[in-house]
Write a protein that binds this ligand. Structure first.
Ligand code: A3P
Length: 299
C-alpha cells in the first residue's frame, strides 16, 4: 500500500489512518478538557508507552491491580490523539492517566491552561529504531519497513509515524512547563524500576510504601506484562497485529541495537542525530557513536 493510503498528515506529521482521524484530532482540540490532576506520559513511539500504561494506573491508585487486570491498556490509559479517546474518556476516573506521542507544540490549548503533569520517557534512539523496525513488520496499519538499511533512512528522515525522533525530543526539552514535567529514560527504568517508580510517585505527589513499590515493580516487569492479556496486545486481531511476525513485547532490553547496526550504519545514524542536536542546551545520556560493541552481525 502507498504511504498516503496508510497515513495522513497533521502539521507535517504522519499519523496512521487506522487509529487516527480528523475527527479524533478535532475531538481532542475542541471537546476534551485537561484536568489539573491528569498525569500524561509522553513518548516517541517505541520508547516505553505501554510500560507507562501499566505504571501510571498502579502508582495513581497506590497499587490497585483491578485496572491492569480488567481493562486493555489502550482504554485504561488512552492516547490523546487516537479514535478511542472519545469512546472511553467518560469512563476514566480521576486522577486520570493518559498518553500521547504528540510533540509539545501540537498539544491542545486546554493542556497549556491546566496544571496537568507530564512524564516524558526517552529511550536510546538506537534501540527505538530497532523496536520500531520489528513493530512495522507486525503492525498491518503501518507501512512495510523495507530492509533494515532502508528503514534507517526512513527513520532519520522522519518518514515514519510522528516524524523525526530528534524533533520530538527537542520539542519536549523546550517547554516552559517548569515543575509540571519530569524526564526519565527507558534505560533508568530498566536499570532500577523501583527507583524509577519512587521518582514517578514523588512527582505525582503519591507517598507509596516500599511494599507497594515492590508490588508495582513486580506487576510492571517485562515478564509479568508479557503474560498480561490486557497489556500484551494479544486481544488485537491478527489482521492488525501479527505476533507470529514479531511480539509486541518483543525483548524489553537495552542494547539490542548491537545486533542490528553495522559500524558504517552506526556512524551514519549517530552523526545524523548529533548534527540535528547541535547547539541544543541539553546532551543525550548515551554515547551514540560508540562502535566498540557492534558485532557487525546484523539483519
Ligand atoms: P522492544 O521492541 O525493544 O522489546 P512502546 O510501548 O512505546 O510501543 O514501546 C515498546 C517497547 O517497550 C518494546 O521494546 C517493548 O518490549 C518495551 N516494553 C514494554 N513493556 C516493557 C517492560 N515492562 N519492560 C521492558 N520493556 C518493555
Amino acid at each position: 500500500m502507498a504511504t498516503e493510503e496508510i497515513y495522513f498528515k497533521h502539521h507535517e506529521l504522519l499519523l496512521p489512518k487506522e487509529t487516527h482521524s480528523q475527527e479524533s484530532l478535532t475531538f481532542l482540540a475542541r471537546d476534551f478538557s485537561f484536568k489539573d490532576d491528569d498525569a500524561i506520559a509522553v513518548t516517541y513511539p517505541k520508547s516505553g508507552t505501554t510500560w507507562m500504561q501499566e505504571i501510571l494506573p498502579l502508582v495513581l491508585s497506590e497499587g490497585d491491580l483491578t485496572p491492569i487486570q480488567t481493562i486493555p491498556n489502550w482504554d485504561r490509559v488512552p492516547w490523546l490523539e487516537e479514535n478511542r479517546l472519545k469512546e472511553v474518556v467518560h469512563q476514566l476516573s480521576s486522577p486520570r492517566a493518559l498518553v500521547t506521542h504528540f510533540p509539545f507544540q501540537l498539544m491542545p490549548q486546554s493542556f497549556f491552561s491546566s496544571k496537568a503533569k507530564v512524564i516524558y520517557v526517552m529511550r536510546n534512539p538506537k534501540d527505538v529504531i530497532v523496536s520500531s523496525y520489528y513493530f512495522h513488520q507486525m503492525a498491518a496499519f503501518l507501512e512495510d519497513p523495507g530492509t533494515w538499511e532502508e528503514f534507517i533512512d526512513k527513520f532519520l528522515e522522519g518518514r515514519v509515524m510522528f516524524g523525526k525522533w530528534t524533533d520530538h525530543v527537542k520539542s519536549w526539552k523546550h517547554t516552559d512547563l517548569g515543575d509540571r514535567i519530569m524526564h526519565i529514560t527507558y534505560e533508568q527504568m530498566i536499570q532500577d524500576l523501583p527507583a524509577a517508580l519512587r521518582l514517578i510517585a514523588n512527582f505525582l505527589g503519591k507517598k507509596l510504601s516500599e511494599e507497594v513499590i515492590k508490588k508495582i515493580a513486580d506487576h510492571c516487569s517485562f515478564k509479568s506484562m508479557k503474560v498480561n492479556i490486557m497489556s500484551n496486545f494479544s486481544l488485537v486481531p491478527k489482521m492488525y497485529m501479527d505476533a507470529d511476525k514479531s511480539q509486541f513485547l518483543r525483548k524489553g532490553i537495552v542494547g539490542d541495537w548491537k545486533k542490528h547496526f553495522s559500524s558504517e550504519q552506526l556512524a551514519h545514524f549517530s552523526s545524523t542525530i548529533y548534527k540535528e542536536l547541535e547547539g541544543e542546551h541539553f546532551t543525550l545520556p548515551w554515547n551514540l557513536s560508540d562502535t566498540a560493541e557492534v558485532a557487525d552481525v546484523h539483519t
